[in-house]
Write a protein that binds this ligand. Structure first.
Ligand SMILES: *[C@@H]1O[C@H](CO)[C@@H](O)[C@H](O)[C@H]1NC(C)=O
Ligand SMILES: *[C@@H]1O[C@H](CO)[C@@H](O)[C@H](O)[C@H]1NC(C)=O
Ligand SMILES: *[C@@H]1O[C@H](CO)[C@@H](O)[C@H](O)[C@H]1NC(C)=O
Ligand SMILES: *[C@@H]1O[C@H](CO)[C@@H](O)[C@H](O)[C@H]1NC(C)=O
Length: 388
């Protein structure tokens, strides 16, 4: 008897694959290699049954055609090898109320990433390269998932929606937060809708010493450090992503629409309340965005990220906030960093629950010089707290 109980618990913890076979045929919601897109769903419980957490998976971008083809070695290009079920793990997906006080019993959606462009692409033309077909259809995938959730899975009844993701999925969160919330509000105007991008505030930076090399061959993760501006601009162009990103940003940047592929330019136009989890010395950005150079350059990167979060995000949206830490990391810092006495999960909960209050705390800022290994530990006390 006890065995069955354990099995039932294990099965309930598994997310089930939903393959978008119909949408693949009718709207072209397909992965880079043309296989149908898919996502995973794990049902909520208790007072979480009408609350939804939606996570865009990360995994860089394809920044050259070789890169796009090279992804074939991974699930980032194809749904062929997606398992029927998978276990969602890590902070935001945790079913433990101590680890995840806000969302532990919510419905959880894991959007697998196979489009190479942060769920933004909409290129009708199939690219043929080295005798293989490449499809750039991330916008269609995101929209197909939204329709499936709304029409078939009960998201129409949602009282709460948190749009999220890490890395390239964090960028997707910036780019699509308004699209998600607008779609939900069309059916359920009273729903509370917010966004939680993790490590997605990639700055628009081209290192002056690095030549713009948009077509530089390179496989996943092998992008040239300092070439981010040119690399992502190419991604925007090849993917025909204009209609897939934040539309208020597009309207504000005629002729320079590519800017809206970058979080720092999109951020100032986002109407959805958004809480950015971000390291000012993001470790992916130190090795891919900042360009060659040592500690001094990383401190400059930190100043740039901090200043742009404060101006283009907090300065433009009175509800948006950030958990801005000084630990050298990228993603995966749920509850390992403490600022102003709060771990990430507690800060998220306080910010979200206080959204209707006028004096809601918005900024948790660690504000330490680079490098700060102690910043990565939950028992680290900020010097300012000791002085008080
Ligand atoms: C590019 O996207 C626009 C929507 O912004 C669409 O009208 C156009 O047909 C697309 N072009 C291609 C080649 O897919
Ligand atoms: C779409 O893909 C085709 C084929 O690779 C490419 O020529 C075109 O520039 C891409 N972008 C747009 C906006 O059509
Ligand atoms: C390209 O692919 C087609 C069909 O997939 C095949 O018939 C053809 O031989 C291939 N050409 C080359 C140069 O590999
Ligand atoms: C920081 O911003 C300045 C001014 O925009 C720019 O010149 C510099 O390259 C940036 N550096 C880094 C590492 O972000």
């Amino acid at each position: 008897m006890w065995r069955w109980a354990l099995l039932a618990v294990a099965a309930a913890d598994d997310a089930v694959k939903i393959e978008l076979t119909e949408a693949a045929a009718s709207t072209g919601a397909v992965c880079l290699d043309g296989t149908p897109a898919a996502y995973y769903l794990e049902k909520g419980s208790g007072d979480g049954i009408n609350k939804w957490y939606i996570h865009h998976e990360g995994g860089g971008w394809c920044e050259s055609l070789d890169d796009c083809l090279g992804r074939s070695k991974t699930d980032l290009r194809s749904s062929k090898a997606y398992p029927e079920r998978r276990t969602l793990y890590g902070g935001y997906f945790s079913r433990d109320a101590r680890e995840n006080p806000l969302m532990h019993n919510w419905n959880m959606v894991f959007m697998t990433y196979c489009d190479g462009g942060s769920f933004s692409g909409n290129n009708q033309t199939v690219t043929v390269y080295k005798n293989q077909s490449l499809f750039f259809r991330g916008k269609r995938i995101r929209e197909a998932i939204a329709e499936d959730l709304m029409e078939k899975r009960g998201m129409k009844e949602a009282t709460d929606l948190m749009v999220s993701g890490c890395s390239a999925g964090g960028l997707a969160t910036f780019l699509h937060a308004d699209q998600w919330c607008d779609r939900l509000h069309a059916d359920k105007p009273s729903a509370k809708c917010a966004a939680l991008p993790d490590s997605g505030f990639f700055i628009d930076n081209q290192d002056p010493s690095v030549k713009c090399a948009p077509w530089s061959p390179g496989l996943l993760g092998e992008t040239i450090n300092g070439n981010y501006h040119c690399g992502l601009k190419w991604t925007f162009w090849i993917q025909n992503a204009t209609a897939g990103v934040e539309q208020k940003c597009i309207a504000a940047h005629p002729g320079q629409e590519w800017q809206c592929m970058f979080a720092e330019h999109a951020a100032e136009h986002i109407g959805t309340p958004l809480f950015a989890l971000q390291s000012e010395y993001d470790s992916w950005q130190t090795s891919h965005v900042q360009g060659p150079g040592g500690v001094r350059k990383t401190q400059l990167l930190g100043k740039n990220i901090t200043q742009r979060i404060l101006t283009s995000l907090l300065g433009r949206n009175p509800k948006s906030g950030a958990f801005l830490d000084s630990c050298h990391h990228h993603c995966a810092a749920w509850n390992s960093i403490r600022i102003d006495g709060d771990l990430v999960s507690t800060a998220v909960e306080k910010w979200y629950n206080g959204l209707d209050q006028r004096d809601n705390k918005r900024l948790w800022e660690q504000n330490q010089p680079f490098p700060c290994e102690e910043c990565c530990k939950p028992d680290f006390q900020q010097p300012s707290q000791l002085i008080v």
